[in-house]
Structure formats: structure tokens, C-alpha cells
Design a protein around this ligand. Structure first.
Ligand code: GTR
Length: 327
């Protein structure tokens, strides 16, 4: 049995209709997965959504959350959702670029002026168009339920990175997408593509000298225990999405699809509030744990990464212009 077949069989078994003893109704269990642990804003928002689904259907639909990479990294989660072995996957747009190319526009360095700009874009027509494009794309085999926030990504390692020259000779882990590796190379470092599930070990053993992410991830994934300096390079502001298996979706009633759409919209709003609160909390905890926060010359990193925006942005020039025009 191939791993794919096994995963599909396992997922199919879980989502089978089975007896729900408490209410005597048939019950559907949707598997949801996230790389982050319980309590993280994205995980919490999906779990709250599960509670609402359960209440609205008198226990007929339930969500079972598999947090902390129990089902693998994001690439694996996307594959499992495509097969129907997993129903809900919360993933970064970074991991979706290889699936739907146009999304790579959001993966460009410094494409958004700041987080407020990014929110305006995803909350407006551009955000909706991109979600629709993923859902409509035959090769995605996913239905997008909504956006989630993930703040700004900054470099962390054991030394300050204030300007491009500081990255010289440093191996920095990037998400598995050539665009990110080239971005780090343009910033002055040496980008290394690696799955998120391998990163903690790689930081510990010195396979890489650092990585880049938002403060909540630095805390929740315990990376701060090995990387003690967080430098505000601000090179990427990448939103996240939560997607649903097209295979499961197509077998659902119209009413259940509508209900899922409704609670998903609420989950998107709820995650944003949870996110804003958690960023502050994470920063306080990181400082208390001795992490040093360093200001960086963002303008220098912006200039250094211009070739990346030129190269990858050329075919989406009109979309890029609309993003820039979003005030
Ligand atoms: C985090 C994000 C994850 C994953 C991770 C990574 O910010 O929440 O979904 O994409 O970054 O760097 O792989």
C-alpha cells in the first residue's frame, strides 16, 4: 500500500458515518490540521469553528484537530486534503505558490507596504479574486474557506542582521519555493529550502544558522530556545489560508456547504482578533526569555530584493499595480 493510499484509507475511515452515542445521530468527523500547537491563533480559530458546527448540526458534524505537524508539513497537508484524507488544512500562501502560480505575487518581498496594507488587499476584491482562483483551479482540488493573518516575517539567528552585509555566509532556512531561496540570496544570505517540520533540528544542529518568521512562530515552535536574536528585516508579509478538500466538499449537501461558508467567515474574523492579541503576548514572552530584538535597515533590504520583484512580478504587473494602488 502506498503512503497516499494509506492516508486516504485512514481519512476515509474517519470521515465515515458512524454512531454518535450521545445524540443517537449519524456523525461526520472532519479532520483538520495545522503545523502549530494547540492555543495558536490559527488552531484556536478552527477549533472554535468546530464547536459552532457541532452546535449548529446538533452534533452531526464535528472537527477533529491534528495540531503540531502530526500529519506532516504543509506540503503533505495539501496533498492529503487533495486526496480527501484530510478535510481542513491551514497553510501559508508560501506553500500554495507552487500549486497556484498567481499566488506568488503575495510571496514577493516587500510587496505590501505594511500589515495594514496587506489586510486592505486581502479584505478587498483582490483577496476575493485570488481565493476564487484557487477554488476554481482544477489542479488545486481545494475549496478555499478564508484568509488568516500571519504578521510579518523577520530574520532570526544568533547575531544581529541589520543590513544585507550581515547575512554574508549565513545559511537561512526558507520555505520550499524557489522564490524564497532567491529572495534570501538577494538579501545577502544563503537561502536553504527546507520543510518546516525539519527546521527545529536544523537550527539546533547548525545545519542552518537561522530562519525567518513572525514572532508568534518563534515562540510557539520553541525556535527562540536556539536562536536568540530577532532582527526586523520585514521582508515578507504573507497571509495564510484555510482550505477544504474538494473531494469532501463535492459530496456535501448545499446546506452544509452554506453552513461551512458562514462559520468560516466568522473564523477568519475571529483569527484576526486572536492574532493581534497573541503577537503582543508572544513578544513579551520572547523578551522575558532573553530574545534580543534588533532594528534593521529595511530600505537596504528593499533595494537588494528589487531583482526578485522584477523577475517574478513581471507576468503579474497589472495585479502588482492594483496592489500598490490599494490605499
Ligand atoms: C509560519 C506559518 C506556517 C508555516 C511556517 C513556515 O509562519 O504559520 O504555516 O508556513 O511559517 O515557515 O514554514
Amino acid at each position: 500500500m502506498t503512503i497516499r493510499r494509506f492516508l486516504f484509507a485512514a481519512g476515509a475511515t474517519l470521515s465515515l458515518w458512524c454512531a454518535a452515542p450521545a445524540v443517537g445521530l449519524a456523525q461526520t468527523v472532519w479532520k483538520a490540521s495545522d503545523v502549530h500547537p494547540l492555543g495558536y491563533p490559527t488552531v484556536e480559530a478552527i477549533q472554535r469553528m468546530g464547536k459552532k458546527l457541532e452546535a449548529a448540526t446538533n452534533g452531526r458534524i464535528r472537527i477533529q484537530m491534528y495540531p503540531s505537524m502530526q500529519l506532516g508539513g504543509e506540503k503533505e497537508m495539501i496533498e492529503q486534503a487533495q486526496l480527501g484524507a484530510l478535510q481542513i488544512a491551514r497553510i501559508s500562501v508560501g506553500a500554495m505558490g507552487p500549486v497556484v502560480d498567481e499566488l506568488n505575487v503575495f510571496n514577493l518581498p516587500f510587496v505590501f507596504r505594511d500589515e495594514a496594507h496587506m489586510r486592505k488587499v486581502i479584505d478587498g476584491p483582490i483577496g476575493q479574486e485570488l481565493l476564487d482562483r484557487i477554488t476554481a483551479s482544477p489542479q488545486s482540488r481545494l475549496v478555499v474557506l478564508g484568509w488568516m493573518d500571519a504578521g510579518t516575517r523577520n530574520v532570526y539567528s544568533n547575531k544581529p542582521v541589520a543590513k544585507p552585509a550581515d547575512l554574508k555566509g549565513m545559511k537561512i532556512r526558507m520555505m520550499g519555493n524557489p522564490l524564497f531561496v532567491e529572495t534570501m540570496n538577494a538579501m545577502g544570505g544563503h537561502g536553504v529550502a527546507m520543510g518546516f517540520n525539519e527546521l527545529f533540528g536544523a537550527l539546533q544542529t547548525g545545519v542552518v544558522d537561522g530562519a525567518e518568521n513572525n514572532p508568534p512562530t518563534l515562540l510557539a515552535q520553541n525556535h527562540y530556545t536556539v536562536s536568540k536574536v530577532y532582527s526586523f528585516t520585514g521582508h515578507l508579509i504573507i497571509p495564510e489560508i484555510f482550505v477544504f478538500s474538494r473531494r469532501t466538499w463535492d459530496a456535501m449537501s448545499k446546506e452544509d456547504q452554506q453552513l461551512l461558508r458562514k462559520v468560516s467567515r466568522e473564523a477568519q474574523l475571529e483569527q484576526r482578533a486572536l492574532w493581534d492579541a497573541y503577537v503582543g503576548e508572544a513578544t513579551t514572552k520572547l523578551k522575558a526569555a532573553g530574545v534580543q530584538f534588533v532594528e534593521a535597515d529595511k530600505a537596504a533590504f528593499y533595494t537588494a530584493t528589487q531583482p526578485i520583484r522584477d523577475k517574478y512580478g513581471a507576468k503579474y504587473a497589472a495585479l502588482l499595480q492594483r496592489i500598490q494602488d490599494t490605499k
